[in-house]
Design a protein around this ligand. Sequence first.
Ligand code: ARG
Ligand code: ZN
Length: 387
Amino acid sequence: SITNLILFLCGCLSNALNTGYKSYKGYAILTVQPGSQKDMEILRKLDSMFEEPMDYLKEPHGLRDKGQILVSPENLLLVKVFLNDHRIPFTTKPIHIGPARSRRALRPTDPYQLSEIVTSYLSYDDQMQYLDKTAAAFPYTTQIKNIGTSTEGRAIKIIKIGFPSPTNQPKPIIWVDAGIHAREWISYSVALFFIQQLTQNQKYSSVIKLIDFVIAPNVNPDGYEYSRTKDRFWRKTRSKHGDNRCYGSDGNRNYPFHFGEEGVTWNSCSEVYPGPYERSEPEVAALVREIMAYRQDIKAYVSLHSYGQEILYPWGHRTGVYPPDVNDLKAVAKKMAEAIQRFDGTVYNVLNSGDGLYPASGASDDWAKSAGVKYSFTIELSPDNLM
Ligand code: ARG
Ligand code: ZN
């Protein structure tokens, strides 16, 4: 019949349009703002009502700091009722995930055009092409190294940027890595922008005479590609351990410092599953190995995340503990925040990473600090309010 024919055509059409990208239909992003310690406790209680802790796209890192929670349709009503009952004000936004916008591959003629990296999110292959072309164009100041391989076989690459040391002494190093959390796409772009600026902006030539920058623009390539093609909110790696039910570990819970103590869930399907043991993720193992090899030269460690507009300093594995030189760290973080604000008015807050709603152990910043890198930070990039 004609109805069947129409239904059949509709079916074909929607199949053709279906990109296989998870739709997140019915999901919402709830924004909450704890105003008191009591509110914080209530939000923690909200976690314990469900099998899994709330999935914060933006964590509240202190009082009056916003939190944004990704809530599934099954939990939405219950979460709203709970927040209302406890007089925690919130706003709700529906989510619209379109199919991932496909972009053309990098043109071979303009491999390191600024416009390419700031107007779209590059695929992992394009990111690596960008890296290779940059190194080929600036052989004197850059050097690429392959430090390991992801679960699915992608290369973890770093680029070192700096003029050769005039003496034979090693230069001080600033380490920057990006995107251990796959869905935090802006991190990768910022790392590439950083590479572009350090290599091509004359303004920084005196800086790279004094300092070597080591930048790892994509430390979770499998997760990133999965997030680009299958599930926009994928956060973890793509490993599968033993007979775990789900794929992926939270790379930023997998580092060998107070592994598995706080802010983790031992369920492989959880967003904060730390992995079966420390360094179980090949990506993390590679980064640890590399940093350990010249840790005495690394003066600062920066891990790029999003979102929040925050500079976070250690410790973050539990609440209320600080390194003995915490004031030095705070002072440098404040200088960073001031410099950003002078530049374009954007306000970054300087906060301790463990004093918010969730201490989280096994994170890279704490591990780097414990390994002897004095200035260790996690930067939660812009914006402070999603979408
Ligand atoms: N949002 C980051 C995460 O959950 C923050 C990590 C901050 N560092 C820490 N040690 N808690 O991984
Ligand atoms: Zn993150």
